[in-house]
Design a protein around this ligand. Structure first.
Ligand code: NDP
Length: 241
């Protein structure tokens, strides 16, 4: 029986590449999305993933989605918490709802999704959880107090859950992508992107596939001894110890 993986935000951008990467390795993939029906249907048709609409910021929506996926596809072996949003602005101008939306979609979503799968993984003594954080959770970023806080929070969450879960055959790791060419970054002004590329030793943005390859490794049996780790995939832009 092939393993079952869930990828949140799995129908577009980095998540879509993760969906494709896991399917290529023989996983059955459930890709969660929020509102972009066109991208979801395209993903389902082109990759063979099953797509499910659920707001990862909602505890109940996550619990309901996991229950539905388990009834249709079987127990969850792999969870990739990839869904995320930005609502940038300097703190002195940031509306309260931009703070809450970013924290809830990027960070609280990890609690919501992990809470719904972790008991089953513990019972079955196997699980792989991969949390997609960000370079800006490691170094901070002007205009992103909300996003940097959420992504840094994901790293602490990852390490704590890894300690709780390791003895049960479960690994929990984080990936910090650098700047990757997706809808999220194409929304940025070209002059900002050009100035960022000048700071990247590799002198280019990353490709979604380059994040997906790391997810596929962390999900595999070969990565059983990698736990609580933060994997940076950023072209050398930020070399954390
Ligand atoms: P995109 O904006 O291209 O795609 C975001 C995905 O998340 C979409 O599938 C979207 O669904 C889904 N999503 C958003 N909000 C919710 C929600 N409330 N519930 C369920 N799904 C939701 O993002 P990227 O592919 O660029 O980024 C993916 C992850 O990687 C994010 O966590 C991001 O923070 C992180 N990251 C990205 C970097 C980059 O340079 N691109 C750099 C570092 C980290 P829908 O299609 O329905 O809107």
């Amino acid at each position: 029986m092939s393993r079952v993986a869930i990828v949140t935000g799995g129908t577009r951008g980095i998540g879509r590449a993760i969906t494709e990467g896991l399917i290529a390795e023989g996983y059955q993939v459930a890709a969660l999305y929020h509102g972009n029906e066109e991208a979801a249907q395209k993903c389902a048709t082109e990759t063979g993933a099953k797509v499910y609409k659920a707001d990862v910021a909602s505890f109940q929506a996550c619990a309901d989605a996991i229950a539905k996926i388990e009834s249709e596809m079987g127990p969850i072996d792999v969870l990739v918490n990839n869904a995320g949003i930005t609502k940038d602005g300097m703190l002195h101008k940031m509306p309260e709802d931009s703070w809450h939306a970013v924290i809830e979609t990027n960070l609280t979503s990890c609690f919501n999704m992990c809470r719904a799968v972790i008991a089953g993984m513990r019972e079955r003594k196997f699980g792989r959880i991969v949390n997609i954080s960000s370079i800006n959770g490691q170094k901070g970023q002007l205009g992103q107090c909300n996003y940097s806080a959420a992504k840094a929070g994901m790293l602490g969450f990852t390490r704590a859950l890894a300690q709780e879960s390791a003895a049960k055959g479960i690994t929990v790791n984080a990936i910090c992508p650098g700047y990757i060419a997706t809808d999220m970054t194409s929304a940025m002004p070209q002059e900002v992107l050009d100035s960022i590329i000048r700071q990247i030793p590799a002198a280019r943005m990353g490709k979604p596939q380059e994040i997906a390859d790391m997810v596929v490794f962390l999900a595999s049996d070969r990565a059983a001894f990698v736990n609580g780790a933060t994997m940076t995939v950023n072209g050398g832009q930020y070399m954390a110890a």
